[in-house]
Design a protein around this ligand. Structure first.
Ligand code: NAD
Ligand code: UDP
Ligand code: UDP
Length: 313
């Protein structure tokens, strides 16, 4: 029998790649999405597959379906989008987690949460290990996302302890690749779109802050391995590429790769913007046998190709 899998947020950037991968593996996939930041275009290529089903649904409301596994990815991930309606962002993380955990409890499904490196906030420990508790401002403009995701982790572990749910928690670090929206607003897509359009590249602050960028295929592989790991392994586990770059380095790479004549302009650093971020992936390597294989340059080539096609139509 085909495994039946629910992917919430399945029409978003990461979700659409995950749905495609699960279908390739012969699973039956139910994608639930309210299309807040996701795009139908991301899953149009999957619609012809009889084992793929697309459901317009907001996970802050209950959902009654029957599946074997749940990947809970629903939540806007880009600062401009999660700060657009911060109350809805917290509801999505918290009410959404309660509903998906309640669903998993009723149908005895295994459930994976897409958590985030944002749970570490502006980290004092570098690189970040899973044992680090983080440095998060609970009342700032990023809190709706960071604290929402932290509370979701709490709920996952309480359902695990209290109701013996089989849970998996992935702490995802900055991920990029095809299927990001043109207006996504995160740094990789912004820089590429600006470079291809010959517009100024907007570096926030002086560009010395760092991030570690993971190509989406690597990330999806990590999520699938995590779901397949033994029941005793709950995570949280970091999934990301440990290669660390300053934002200014990223801007220069994108300019040279696209052959763009765009200039770099400096804009104010957003409030509470973390200064550095780099995953320690020792746990994922040890338990899941996972490590990313796509270096930044190679992933950027594929992402630039994708945005070129997007801008051409
Ligand atoms: P995305 O914005 O492209 O995808 C999120 C999807 O969730 C969208 O399709 C959106 O429409 C949907 N959604 C939002 N609120 C919903 C709701 N209430 N009900 C149903 N659907 C809803 O972002 P992404 O980059 O694909 O992120 C996917 C998940 O991974 C998110 O949970 C995000 O927090 C997490 N994550 C992503 C990154 C990254 O770098 N991409 C890093 C850390 C964590
Ligand atoms: N829920 C859901 N689908 C289900 C079962 C539950 O969406 O198949 C939601 C329901 O809204 C409920 C929440 O999950 O409020 C939490 O469920 P749980 O059983 O943990 O708690 P309770 O029902 O007691 O509130
Ligand atoms: N950033 C930037 N220019 C942009 C978008 C983002 O300099 O056009 C910076 C942002 O201030 C942050 C980093 O790039 O320091 C990563 O931002 P992003 O929104 O991609 O993700 P974050 O890791 O902050 O959630």
């Amino acid at each position: 029998m085909r495994k039946r899998i629910l992917v919430t947020g399945g029409s978003g950037f990461i979700g659409s790649h995950l749905c495609a991968r699960l279908l390739e593996e012969g699973c039956e996939v139910l994608c639930a999405d309210n299309f807040f930041t996701g795009r139908k275009e991301n899953v149009v290529p999957l619609l012809h597959n009889p084992y793929f089903e697309l459901l317009r649904h907001d996970i802050t409301f209950p959902l009654y379906v029957e599946v074997d596994e749940i990947y809970n990815l629903a939540c806007p991930a880009s600062p401009i989008h999660y700060q657009f309606d911060p109350v809805q962002t917290t509801k999505t993380s918290v009410h959404g987690a309660i509903n998906m955990l309640g669903l998993a409890k009723r149908i005895k499904a295994k459930i994976l949460q897409a958590s985030t490196s944002e749970v570490y906030g502006d980290p004092v420990e570098h690189p970040q290990r899973e044992s680090y508790w983080g440095n998060v401002n609970p009342i700032g403009p990023r809190a709706c996302y960071d604290e929402g995701k932290r509370c979701a982790e709490t709920l996952f572990f309480d359902y695990h302890r209290q109701h013996r749910l089989r849970i998996k928690v992935a702490r995802i670090f900055n991920t990029y690749g095809p299927n990001m929206a043109l207006n996504d607003g995160r740094v990789v897509s912004n820089f590429i779109v600006q470079a291809l359009q010959g517009k100024p590249i907007t570096v926030y602050g002086d560009g010395s802050q760092t991030r570690s960028f993971c190509y989406v295929d690597d990330l999806v592989d990590g999520l699938v391995r995590l779901m397949g790991s033994g029941d005793e392994f709950t995570g949280p586990v970091n999934l990301g590429n440990p290669g660390e770059f300053t934002i200014l380095e990223l801007a220069r790479k994108v300019i040279s790769m696209t052959g763009s004549r765009s200039e770099v302009v400096f804009e104010p650093l957003p409030h509470d913007d973390p200064m550095q971020r780099k995953p320690d992936i020792g746990l994922a390597e040890g338990v899941l046998g996972w490590r990313p294989s796509v270096p930044l340059e190679r992933g950027l080539v594929k992402t630039v190709d994708y945005f070129r096609r997007m801008l051409a139509v």
